[in-house]
Design a protein around this ligand. Structure first.
Ligand code: GLN
Length: 541
């Protein structure tokens, strides 16, 4: 049977619980254990698919097409394990399911209540198909004390009671600030949040103290005494320059030894070589490249989380540091200002996106990349706009556009109303719900043998993850290809363009899928590796 580790957060949000859970997962794997990580979010949205990237960061998509919280991306990058739709849910989905059951009459007229109905649904989510794993780590979203989080805490309290404390461990991640004026570390806020947790019947077994410095032994003892936690289980979780240092740091702190001793597991030596190598590459790059990311959600760095990480991985693979330059396309609606903004970069990315705002600026960035022969990678919306750019500027189709922007007589990008997913025909129409109705998850792509895509992937058939509603309209294929933009990857049925590229350019490639979702620090994605290499080649002349 699996062992559960429940991770809660206290004092403030943004403590990096996701990185903490992922790093613990990686560390336990380094000891040879199998690990799955799950996230329970407490907000009332049904899934993150329709949530604003400004508020919530990127939407991460799993192989099986679930639109999930960005923390799932961290789980995958750290554990190198594909997660599924069963690994992420939110309170809204739990309620939606309960209300659906109630409408169907499943409760036979009984009162439907938070206790037991909501609690039981959450418990069922947490324990679904976990028996094959040595450890199941469950991250509870939000902060202890949030009104909407109460049912989640009650569920994990009950699970610890049902399964036994020898099978369940509670880790509380709390902020322990250093107050400059006093010249001291302050433990009171963490004490209060543990007290709140205790009032829900949960005694944490381990504290992970988020600090900007190593905690002195005296602070650990004080926290231990007042929070009822053994001082050797009060751990420092210091801010580090690279997130990939965290598993190594936790090992140094003894987090893994304490977890093993808690569960009566033998102390083993973890295999941490891959993490040491990544951190070495992070600290000792041989060169640097400047990459412009021309998007819309650039103020918030979480909005392009997987993309930025995939670029870092591409940097590790080439021993270079990738300097990211996010550019808000909305501020550069005329060509010359965009060209100025891009003039010093070694490579340009136009990432995924939605809506008209900023699309003209993005198209200028594509024209600039094409004309100046800057390495270019377009992703999803970036691919669609590469097709619009070629149609407008090279094929003379002045009105070429996407139906996403409104009615057009030249829809080079249009709504796909039917396609095959595995064995079922999927249907969509323009006025249906926004949530969960895109082409989502992994689909195969057939690559043309004599193409840049083939040289990069070295495979004829690949599989990548999708998240989009519109597709390149193949009625315009011949016209577009005549401009030099070649369709080098197609869906299995040959109907949906997946990759376009320019043989007349050193590195110009754009994909309908999101390659960044599958990049891992231990296995950088071939497209990002090749893109960073192309940028480096350009820089080194
Ligand atoms: N807005 C585009 C579509 O829905 C692209 C989506 C994306 O870039 N993820 O097809």
């Amino acid at each position: 049977m699996t062992r559960y580790i429940f991770i809660t957060g206290g004092v403030v949000s943004s403590l990096g619980k996701g990185i903490a859970a992922s790093s613990l997962g990686a560390l336990l794997q380094a000891h040879g254990y199998s690990v799955r990580i799950r996230k329970f979010d407490i907000y009332l949205n049904v899934d993150p698919g329709t949530m604003s990237p400004y508020q919530h960061g990127e939407v991460f998509v799993t192989e099986d097409g679930a639109e999930t919280d960005l923390d799932l991306g961290h789980y995958e990058r750290f554990t190198n394990h594909d997660h599924t739709r069963f690994d992420c849910t939110a309170m809204g989905r739990i309620y939606a399911r309960i209300i659906e059951k109630e409408r169907r009459g499943d409760y036979h007229g009984h009162n439907v209540q938070v206790v037991p109905h909501v609690i039981d649904e959450i418990k069922a989510f947490i324990t679904h198909e976990t028996s094959d794993m040595d450890f199941t780590l469950v991250e509870i979203g939000g902060t202890v004390g949030d009104i909407e989080g109460l049912p989640a805490l009650e569920s994990i309290r009950q699970l610890a009671f049902d399964l036994g404390r020898e099978k369940t461990l509670f880790i509380h991640v709390a902020l322990v600030p250093y107050i400059e004026a006093a010249g001291e570390i302050k433990t009171k806020a963490a004490q209060h949040s543990v007290r709140t947790l205790l009032s829900y019947g949960i005694q944490p077994d381990m504290l992970l103290c988020r600090t900007d410095r190593d905690l002195p032994q005296s602070a650990k003892e004080k926290l231990g005494l007042f929070c009822n936690v053994r001082p050797e289980r009060v751990m420092t979780g210091k801010d580090l320059k690279s997130i990939y240092e965290v598993p190594l740091y936790y090992h140094q702190e003894g987090v893994d030894q304490q977890i093993c001793s808690y569960f009566n597991l033998p102390a083993t030596t973890p295999h941490l070589e891959p993490w040491k190598q990544i951190v070495e590459k992070f600290y000792q790059p041989k060169d640097a490249v400047d990459i412009a990311v021309v998007g819309k959600y650039v103020q918030l760095q979480d909005a392009y989380k997987s993309l930025y990480e995939a670029l870092n991985h591409g940097g590790f693979a080439n021993d270079v540091k990738v300097n990211l330059h996010p550019i808000d396309a909305r501020n550069f609606e005329d060509y010359s200002s965009m060209a100025d903004a891009l003039s010093l970069c070694d490579g340009i990315i136009v990432p995924g996106g939605f809506g008209t705002h900023g699309s003209e600026g993005k198209i200028h960035a594509i024209t600039y990349a094409r004309e100046t022969k800057r390495p270019f990678l377009g992703i999803c919306f970036g691919m669609q706009l590469s097709v619009v750019e070629a149609a407008r500027n090279l094929a003379g189709l002045k009105n070429a556009s996407s139906t996403e922007f409104g009615p057009t007589d030249t829809p080079v990008i249009g709504l796909m109303t039917e396609w095959m997913s595995k064995d079922t025909l999927q249907k969509r129409h323009a006025h249906q719900d926004l949530g969960g109705t895109m082409r989502l998850g992994a689909y195969p792509c057939h690559i043309h043998p004599h193409s840049l895509a083939h040289a990069i992937y070295r495979e004829a058939v690949i599989s990548e993850r999708h998240r989009h509603r519109y597709e390149v309209n193949t009625n315009y294929k011949d016209i577009i290809e005549a401009t030099g933009l070649v369709f080098s990857g197609m869906s299995a049925d040959g109907k949906l363009p997946e990759i376009v590229e320019r043989p007349d350019h050193p590195f110009f490639i754009a994909t309908q899928f999101h390659p960044e979702l599958k990049s891992r620090p231990t296995a950088p994605h071939p497209l990002f590796k090749a893109f960073v290499k192309a940028a480096l080649d350009r820089r080194q002349g």
